[in-house]
Ligand binder design. Structure first.
Ligand code: IMP
Ligand code: MG
Length: 184
């Protein structure tokens, strides 16, 4: 599937570069039309969202600004715990700004739910979520993504910024990791 070879750890192809590019362009067009004439800040969640965010902002046809938060959620490599710590905060305040949080994937929803509440308490005019991928079956809290690239089944996915134990982020496609790699 890819120029990046992982030998026996090769993920199974889920979305090609072309499929991703088409969907990201659609999301960018939708965001442009929804936020026209508003002051929009895209907040990328490091590290997983950086590849998606880089492509998405170039499909948004209006002036925007970009900021980042880095968070770490305690848990194992494939399961999040919902206990979230902010490792790097926003550089600028978001008072009266329209904020679109850009995330790689929403799984249980615990991470995004924490972050949304945290950002809401800082006086933003609005907060919405744009997630490249969504695993709705796995949700543990009430949370929905306002803009979703693809809904994916309950499997561990990697590539296009998403990692397993910090590798696979540079895979240009999105693939599914074989469960025997991480269910040890
Ligand atoms: P949540 O708090 O369970 O929604 O977890 C969200 C975070 O867990 C994401 O930001 C990812 O970093 C990570 N994550 C969840 N599922 C996957 C996956 O299938 N592949 C890679 N990372 C994942
Ligand atoms: Mg993440």
């Amino acid at each position: 599937m890819s120029r990046v070879l992982y030998n026996d750890l090769q993920p199974q192809l889920l979305y090609t570069r072309e499929q991703i590019a088409v969907r990201v362009a659609e999301l960018g067009a939708q965001i442009t039309s929804d936020y026209k004439d508003r002051e929009l800040v895209l907040v990328g969640i490091l590290k997983g969202a950086f590849v998606f965010l880089a492509d998405l902002i170039r499909e948004i046809d209006m002036p925007i600004t970009v900021d980042f938060v880095a968070i770490s959620s305690y848990g194992s490599a494939t399961k999040s715990s919902g206990v979230v710590r902010i490792m790097k905060d926003l550089d600028r305040d978001i008072v009266e700004k329209h904020v679109l949080v850009v995330e790689d994937i929403i799984d249980t929803g615990l991470t995004m739910s924490f972050l949304k509440n945290n950002l809401l308490s800082r006086g933003a005019a609005s907060i919405r979520v744009c997630a490249l991928l969504d695993k709705p079956e796995r949700r543990l809290v009430r949370l929905s993504s306002d803009y979703t690239g693809f809904s994916v089944p309950d499997a561990f996915v990697v590539g296009y910024g998403l990692d397993y134990d910090q590798i696979y982020r540079n895979l240009p496609e999105i693939g599914v990791l074989k469960p025997d790699i991480y269910r040890k």
